[in-house]
Design a protein around this ligand. Structure first.
Ligand code: ADP
Ligand code: ZN
Ligand code: MG
Length: 502
């Protein structure tokens, strides 16, 4: 692919983007927000998980789901937010067919969590996203538009989702680039999954990301008119949609257009945003305190208990890996970003306390990570079960002790991952034993030198041939040669050539 430099007139040169992200995520609770209907409605027949409360029938009264409140308290702690001693429920009034009561129970001026932050890593270095608030509300029903058998256009309502607990997390307008926005969404998903409050799967609608985007000329203070972008259902589309919107607004502003405060949708196929509705007439939701629910007091002891139950957070884990175990920031980032890898890393280290953390990290981000990705399963078949970490620790231990070459270890791992046989049994069956002895390996090296005159000539002509020759030694020894020693012996016999590589 030919790299093309952005045109000199590209938006970021002239304008600074101001971006705020709103995330709605479904909380992982057994029952809905204000009734005892089950939230396990995925795949169930329409309207099979509802009751008078979530259908909004007159006279039905809500009761508060404690687990949902705890989910927001936990999130608040994890983002360093404050939880007020007392919060309240408010009615957000609007009419829409997916909202049977004509109002949504939400939290207006007293959210369960306020003033938090989330640190992210970007290609420009670390960045801290300010978070205004996280509050609790109820989800709407689902509208399904289609045609009936006679070709008439119809809209159907499925109330299974109605009243499911939703947490809305709103950032400050502190984000400046599309990449920061994507990284924020990714880090937030990891955090929510780590603390177990949401599965936060974007494709399944458990995490819905909306981006507010405006531009201002560089060096100026006041915010420009913002546009709200919806319908992005992957991290990639979050970044693409915002990048598109920045460019679109810049072109419009340059042309002297006056932007309107629209709600736009993202069309992933065409790679463009389009107007969904004009938001000029800012909604008047006529918020007022929910009369059917008392204010919610959050005792400090409750917050303490939730804090005590939190697992190690991603940021703390990265710091521990880097500062405590000496991993590179890159390796720590890769491992912590994939909970399956972090689990394997911890388990193998526990099973093989003598192993160098760096070796375990290389293995987990390398062969192990590939096996997980290729199998499409969180734990590939052969790596499931309790003995696995012990087996993998034993495998790395053999390499560490010089008994098994890295090449052979890779083969043993592949067999173990596929079928789950014990490492010792595979090694015995294959007869693998690393050749680390000068005399034994010397004979193989001499044979390879004799058999490859062309490569030897290349080497002497200064061309990189040593890697090929080491490969030949590995081949001749069924991968059992100590590759480093083979390289050393080759260099001794041939004399190293400047620029010849390893
Ligand atoms: P709503 O969208 O419901 O009206 P808010 O007014 O609280 O809610 O704003 C929602 C999001 O928009 C927040 O993340 C906020 O930081 C962001 N935001 C507010 N003003 C701007 C702006 N001019 N440009 C970009 N983002 C903005
Ligand atoms: Zn219900
Ligand atoms: Mg909004």
């Amino acid at each position: 692919m030919k790299a093309t430099a952005p045109p000199a007139t590209s938006a970021p040169a002239r304008y600074e983007a101001v971006i705020g992200i709103e995330v709605h995520c479904q909380l992982r609770t057994a029952s809905k927000m204000f009734c005892s209907c089950s939230t396990a409605y995925d795949g169930a027949p329409p309207n099979s998980h509802c009751c008078p409360v979530c259908l909004g029938l007159p006279g039905a009264l809500p009761t508060i789901n404690r687990a949902a409140v705890e989910g927001v308290i936990a999130t608040g702690i994890a983002i360093g937010a404050t939880t007020p001693p007392a919060t309240r429920w408010d009615r957000k009034n609007y009419f829409y067919p997916d909202l049977p009561k004509g109002y949504q129970i939400s939290q207006y001026d007293l959210p369960l969590a306020a003033h938090g932050r989330l640190r992210i890593e970007t290609s420009d270095g670390p960045f801290e996203v300010g978070i205004q608030r996280a509050h609790l509300e109820e989800d709407t029903a689902k509208l399904i538009h289609g045609t009936d058998p006679d070709g008439r256009r119809i809209s159907l309502v499925d109330f299974n989702r109605s009243g499911a607990p939703l947490m809305e997390i709103v950032t400050e307008p502190s984000i400046r680039t599309a990449e920061q926005a994507r990284r924020y969404a990714e880090e937030l998903q990891l955090l929510l999954r780590t603390i177990g409050v949401s599965d936060a799967d974007m494709e399944r609608g458990q995490m819905r990301v909306e981006a507010n985007v405006s531009l201002r000329p560089r060096g100026t203070e006041p915010f420009g008119t913002r546009v709200e972008v919806k319908n992005m259902n992957s991290f990639r589309s979050v970044e693409r949609a915002i990048a598109f919107e920045i460019e679109r607004q810049a072109v419009a502003l340059d042309a002297g257009e006056v932007l309107t405060q629209d709600t736009r949708g993202w069309d992933d196929n065409r790679g463009v945003t389009y107007v969904m509705r004009s938001k000029e007439d800012s909604h008047d939701y006529r918020y007022f305190p929910e009369p059917d629910l008392p204010p919610l007091r959050v005792a400090p002891a409750w917050i303490d208990a939730v804090r005590a139950a939190l697992p190690e957070l991603p940021a703390a884990r990265r710091t521990r890996y880097i500062d405590g175990l000496g991993l590179s920031a890159y390796d720590a980032g890769v491992i912590v970003a994939q909970p399956d890898l972090a689990l394997a890393f911890e388990a193998i280290r526990a099973a093989g306390p003598g192993l160098a953390a760096k070796e375990v990290a290389n293995f987990v981000t390398g062969d192990y990570g590939r096996a997980v990705n290729e199998s499409g399963q969180r734990t590939p078949a052969g790596l499931a079960g309790k003995s696995s970490a012990t087996e993998l620790a034993a495998l790395l231990g053999r390499v560490d002790a010089g008994e098994l070459s890295r090449t052979n270890a890779r083969e043993v791992f592949a067999i173990h991952a596929a079928g789950g046989q014990a490492v010792a049994a595979i090694v015995a069956e294959k007869g693998f034993r690393q050749i680390s002895d000068d005399t034994a390996l010397g004979a193989a090296v001499d044979a390879v030198i004799a058999a490859n005159p062309a490569a030897i000539a290349d080497h002497h002509a200064g061309k990189p041939a040593l890697g090929f020759l080491v490969g030949q030694v590995m081949k001749a020894t069924r991968g059992q040669a100590n590759a480093e020693l083979a390289g050393k012996l080759l260099r001794e016999r041939l004399g190293s050539t400047p620029g010849a590589g390893r």
